[in-house]
Design a protein around this ligand. Structure first.
Ligand code: FMN
Ligand code: SF4
Length: 516
C-alpha cells in the first residue's frame, strides 16, 4: 500500500507555534504504530490562526486538522486520522474551508498546495510554463502583457510594473539587473516571506521572466536578515532550479542566460527603500540616493535595473499563463488584480487573504479576521506599515483602492493591516511613528534626521500637558516640513500616522503619558 502523504508546513509562522515538533511527533508515532506515511513539509496556506495546520491525503482529497499540538498526535493516530478519521481538531477538506476558498488566489495559489523544494511537484503545478511561454512569444510580448495587466508595485509606491519594465528594456546597456526587494520591513506584513517559503520556485521563475523581458542576465534577491528559515528555503530552491537547468547559462536551450544571487540585509528598515537597497547590495552603507537618475536608467552598479517587490514579481507568471486582460478584469478603477492583505495585530483570525482590490477593510477584518482577538470594539486600523495613517472605525467601509486611500491621506502600501481595539492609546502610537523614524532614518536629509527626534520631544511635551496648543501647532508645522522637504518617503510619510492621530484621536493626547 502506498504511504499516506501527511503535510506539515515548514513556514515561519507555523514553525513558531510548534510545526517542527508536530512533524517530529507524527514521524515517531507512525514508526511506533508501523503506519506507512510520507511526511511533506509544505508552505502555509496563509490561515496562520489555524497553524500548525496538518493535512492528510485521503483518496486524493486533503483533510485538514487545525492547531495541532505535539500532544495531540497520539490521539490523532488513535482516531485514525491517517484515513481522515474524526477528531476535535478535524476541519474537513482543505478545499472547503471558507477562509481559503472565498479568496482570489492568483499569486499565492501554490502556497500550501505544493512541496516547495520539489521541482517535480512545481512542474506538475504549471511550474516554468510561463517562462517557456515567454521564450516562445518573445520579450516584447511579455512586457506588453504586464502593461496590459495593470499590475502595480506591491512594495509600497504602487508604480505600474509594465512601465518600469519597458523603461529598462528600452534603456541601452550590456549589463542589466533584476533586483528583488525582499526586505519586507513594514509592521504586520509577511506576504513576501510566505511566498518565498511556500513557492520559492515561483519567484525564481518570475524573476527569470523579468530578466528575459528586459534583457537582464543577473538577478539579486535582497532578503531581510530576520528571515533565517526563508534564507535556507530560498538558497535550496536556487540550487534546485540550477540543478534542473532553469537557472544558469542557456536555460532549457533557449539561449537565455540568467542567474540569481541571494543577498542578506542587516536589519535596517530604510534598506527597503529601493536606492538604499541598491547601495547595500553594492556593499555600501544603506543610504538613500538622490533621484534622478532612476534605477531603471542607472541602478545597481550604475546599470539599468528593475527593482520590484517579491509579490509584484511573483504575480507575473500567472499573468503570462492567463493573460494580462484576465488580471486586469479583477479589482477596481486603476487598482487592478489582487493584493495579498495581511491581517495582524488585535484580530481573531490573523493571516494572509489574497483578494481582488475593491474589498473593504470591514469585510477583511470582520469576515476573514473575525473581529478583534480581545472581543472589544475596533478603535483604529493602520494600513500600509509604519508610515500608514491610522484609520477610524468609521472609515472601514472604504474600498481598498490605491487612489481612494490617497484621497483620505492613507495608503495601501504592502497590504499590511494592523488592528487596534479601544484600549489602544493613539497618542503613544503617534509618538511611536516619530520615534521609529528617528531610529531608522538613514540620516541623509535634515527634515527626517533632526525632525523626527524633535517630533518625539514635541509629542512628549503635548502628552505632558506643557503649552499644549503651542506644541500642537509646532507639531503640525514640523509635519509640514518633513512632508515637503524630506528626500524619501521615510521622512516624507512619517507625518501620515502622526497627522491621522491629531485629526482622529486628539483626545488621547490629553489622557496619555502614564502607559508609555
Ligand atoms: C522607507 C522605505 C522602506 C521601504 N521598504 C520596502 C520593502 O521592505 N520592500 C519593498 O518591496 N519595498 C519597499 N519600499 C518601496 C521601494 O522603495 C520600492 O518602491 C519598491 O521596492 C519597488 O518595487 P514595486 O514597484 O514592485 O513595489 C520602501 C520604501 C521606503 C521609502
Ligand atoms: S527622508 Fe530620512 S531616510 Fe529618507 S533620505 Fe532623508 S534621512 Fe534618509
Amino acid at each position: 500500500m502506498a504511504a499516506t502523504r501527511i503535510y506539515v508546513p515548514r513556514e515561519t509562522s507555523a514553525v513558531s507555534v510548534g510545526a517542527d515538533e508536530v512533524a517530529l511527533q507524527i514521524a515517531r508515532e507512525a514508526k511506533r504504530t508501523k503506519t506507512s506515511i510520507r511526511l511533506v513539509r509544505n508552505g502555509s496556506w496563509g490561515a496562520t490562526w489555524l497553524e500548525p495546520l496538518v493535512e492528510v491525503e485521503v483518496d486524493g482529497a486533503r483533510i485538514a486538522y487545525g492547531n495541532v499540538a505535539p500532544a495531540d498526535v497520539a490521539g490523532l493516530f488513535s482516531a485514525d486520522f491517517v484515513s481522515g478519521g474524526d477528531h476535535p481538531r478535524r476541519l474537513g477538506p482543505i478545499d472547503e474551508i471558507p477562509y481559503l476558498i472565498n479568496q482570489d488566489r492568483w499569486t499565492f495559489w501554490r502556497c500550501g498546495l505544493i512541496e516547495p523544494l520539489s521541482l517535480d511537484d512545481f512542474l506538475r503545478h504549471q511550474g516554468f510554463r510561463a517562462l517557456e511561454k515567454a521564450f516562445a512569444e518573445g520579450s516584447e510580448a511579455v512586457v506588453d502583457a504586464v502593461v496590459e495587466s495593470g499590475l502595480r508595485g506591491r512594495g509600497g509606491a504602487g508604480f505600474p510594473t509594465g512601465i518600469k519594465w519597458r523603461t529598462v528594456s528600452e534603456t541601452a546597456g550590456e549589463q542589466k539587473y533584476i533586483a528583488c526587494n525582499a526586505d519586507e520591513g513594514d509592521s504586520g506584513t509577511f506576504s513576501d516571506r510566505m511566498l518565498m517559503e511556500g513557492d520559492p520556485l515561483g519567484l525564481i521563475e518570475s524573476m527569470a521572466i523579468a530578466g528575459f523581458a528586459v534583457g537582464a542576465s543577473k538577478g539579486y534577491i535582497y532578503l531581510r536578515s530576520e528571515y533565517p528559515l526563508t534564507l535556507s528555503i530560498l538558497s535550496r530552491a536556487l540550487d534546485v532550479a540550477r540543478d534542473g537547468g532553469w537557472l544558469g547559462t542557456d536555460i532549457q536551450g533557449s539561449g537565455f542566460d540568467f542567474d540569481i544571487e541571494l543577498h542578506l540585509g542587516a536589519g535596517s528598515y530604510v534598506c527597503g527603500e529601493e536606492t538604499a537597497m541598491l547601495e547595500s547590495l553594492e556593499g555600501k552603507k544603506g543610504i538613500v540616493r538622490y533621484k534622478p537618475p532612476l534605477p531603471a536608467h542607472e541602478g545597481l552598479f550604475g546599470k539599468p535595473t528593475v527593482v520590484n517587490n517579491v509579490v509584484t514579481l511573483a504575480s507575473v507568471a500567472n499573468i503570462l499563463n492567463h493573460g494580462g486582460e484576465r488580471y486586469a478584469s479583477m479589482g477596481m478603477n486603476r487598482s487592478k488584480g489582487t493584493l495579498a492583505f495581511q491581517l495582524a495585530g488585535n484580530v481573531k483570525r490573523g493571516g494572509l487573504v489574497e483578494k481582488a482590490f475593491g474589498v473593504s477593510l470591514r469585510e477583511l477584518i470582520d469576515d476573514w479576521g473575525g473581529g478583534t482577538a480581545s472581543g472589544r470594539p475596533v478603535k483604529a486600523v493602520q494600513v500600509g506599515g509604519p508610515l500608514g495613517a491610522y484609520l477610524t472605525a468609521g472609515q472601514l467601509d472604504i474600498k481598498l483602492d490605491y487612489e481612494a486611500f490617497v484621497e483620505i491621506g492613507a495608503m495601501i502600501g504592502h497590504g499590511g493591516i494592523v488592528v487596534f481595539d479601544d484600549t489602544a492609546n493613539m497618542a503613544q502610537q503617534a509618538r511611536f511613528a516619530m520615534e521609529f523614524c528617528a531610529i531608522e532614518s538613514c540620516g541623509k536629509c535634515t527634515p527626517c534626521r533632526i525632525g523626527s527626534t524633535r517630533g518625539v520631544e514635541v509629542i512628549d511635551r503635548i502628552i505632558a500637558g506643557e503649552n499644549r496648543e503651542e506644541n500642537y501647532d509646532l507639531l503640525v508645522e514640523l509635519c509640514d516640513t518633513m512632508e515637503a522637504a524630506s528626500l524619501c518617503a521615510m521622512g516624507g510619510m512619517t507625518p501620515y500616522p502622526v497627522r491621522s492621530v491629531l485629526k482622529n484621536f486628539a483626545e488621547d493626547f490629553a489622557s496619555s503619558g502614564d502607559d508609555r
